[in-house]
Ligand binder design. Sequence first.
Ligand code: F6R
Length: 238
Amino acid sequence: MELVKVKDYNEMSAKACSIILDMMEQEKNPVLGLATGSTPEGLYQQFIHQYNIGNVSFSNVTTFNLDEYVGLSEQDPNSYHYYMKDKLFHHIDINLEQVNIPNGRARDLEQECLDYERKIKESGHIDIQVLGLGLNGHIGFNEPGTAFSSKTHVVKLAESTRKANSRFFSKLEQVPREAITMGIETIMQAKKILLLVSGEKKSNALTRLIEGEVSEDFPASILKHHPNVVVLADTAAC
Ligand code: F6R
């Protein structure tokens, strides 16, 4: 795991963008793993900027998002489908047929998880997976205690995660109790992982990641066993 310290959120976003664009230049059909939440918003703005100035096209890119709430429609502003279109996909030339986000309204959620896992395999695996860090060490929606061997699955959200995410909803009760998430093993199969960590409120989680042992009690700790992880962390988080 390589820790790269950057000055602030903007530098983190710009550096993440340049690492990903470098990979996209080398791959004929790049496969990107994407996240939602506050952390990658700056990265998505950088993608849009690079696209607008003619530096990059996303037309040959396939994407897989980490997760989606169970029960929210794609039009719900709190769904991750909505977030991705609003913050990125509607502003670049990506082919929406090559965009993959778990369907949290699938009739058969278990089947949806199996299909999602299969699609990732068929794509030839994710070239770079972008991750944010949960305050309790979660990655995707894999909460503490999730098996490192987990594949895409339905999860019950920890109350701390529901509370943290309630800032996007008008009331805590509106935050869904379940989600579909790529599993930890699914994430670990990405060829490269880019973990973005910004802000003072992430400093305890970052310290535990760097100094703590590898344990299912702190899901992100497994990243120490991946051969190609870059942690981009800003001064406030460090
Ligand atoms: C988002 C996701 C989550 C977030 C994490 C950090 O798709 O899977 O693991 O990356 O909760 O969230 P923010 O970036 O809002 O601090």
